[in-house]
Ligand binder design. Structure first.
Ligand code: PXP
Length: 247
């Protein structure tokens, strides 16, 4: 089965906020987040991912509402567990929600969620989101206890953190591929949908092919970076082609 591609457009909003954070109503505000999402869909994105952070450093509440209203594909909302973000997610009822750890100081999401340690907190939030029609994913490292905990708290999916995989080469990457494969195997056997994301590129994608059961990949930085020279539609289309070659 062909893997699905979720395109994370946070960095389109990062560029907008770099200039217009203090003047969001300016008539010349750009780039346009909805247009970017539509270009990603035209290039072959199956879903659009946005991460609403507590500090609103890229995606802001109005983006989430706009995308939810206008997108023709599912919206995947990445979210931390703080009360304000959870309330907003419940009010929005995104198609998918992916719970991530959130540390205000981090440049990007640095590690997986400690599902085992935060099960009591996660369980009711997951159930409430599912009650509103949202399929819930948990962003975790490929660690057996975390995969088992994800099934126990009632998640629909996990997203395996591929940051360590992406940051290494050679035997260290091969070791991480083995961990990801074992995590994917276990999650699949427990009835969880298995997704993966973080740091994925044209270069490292072939090495991920050894990980079984991957249904959806979430890719952001690489595609937005390539969009600067190729355009987002072409960058997404080229990545889709790469996914076909690696399947
Ligand atoms: N998945 C999750 C949970 C993330 O937090 C991120 C980064 O926002 C991504 C996927 C996409 O990672 P990248 O931007 O490195 O492709």
């Amino acid at each position: 089965m062909m893997q699905r591609l979720g395109v994370n457009i946070d960095h389109v909003a990062t560029l907008r906020q770099a200039r217009y954070r203090l003047n969001p109503g300016a008539p010349q505000v750009e780039p346009d987040i909805l247009l970017a999402a539509q270009e990603a869909v035209a290039g072959g994105a199956d879903s659009i991912t946005v991460h609403l952070r507590e500090d609103r450093r890229h995606i802001i509440d109005a983006d989430v509402a706009l995308l939810k209203r206008e997108l023709s594909v599912p919206m995947n909302l990445e979210m931390g567990l703080s009360t304000g973000i959870v309330e907003l997610a419940l009010a929005t009822a995104p198609d998918y929600a992916c719970m991530v750890p959130e540390n205000r100081q981090e440049v990007t999401t640095e590690g997986g969620l400690d599902v085992a340690g935060r099960a009591a907190e996660l369980k009711p939030v997951i159930a409430r989101l599912q009650g509103g029609g949202t399929r819930v994913s948990l962003f975790i490292d490929p660690v057996e206890s975390q995969v088992r905990a994800a099934a126990e708290v009632g998640a629909d999916m996990i997203e395996l953190h591929t940051g360590t995989f992406a940051n290494h080469t050679g035997s260290a990457r091969a070791d991480e591929v083995r961990r990801l494969a074992a995590g994917a195997q276990l999650a699949h056997s427990l009835g969880l949908q298995v997704n993966a994301g973080h740091g994925l590129t044209h270069e490292n994608l072939p090495d991920l092919a050894a990980v079984p059961h991957l249904v959806e990949l979430n890719v952001g930085h690489h595609l937005v970076a390539r969009a600067l020279t190729q355009g987002l539609r072409a960058a997404v289309a080229s990545f889709r082609q790469r996914m076909r070659e690696c399947a």
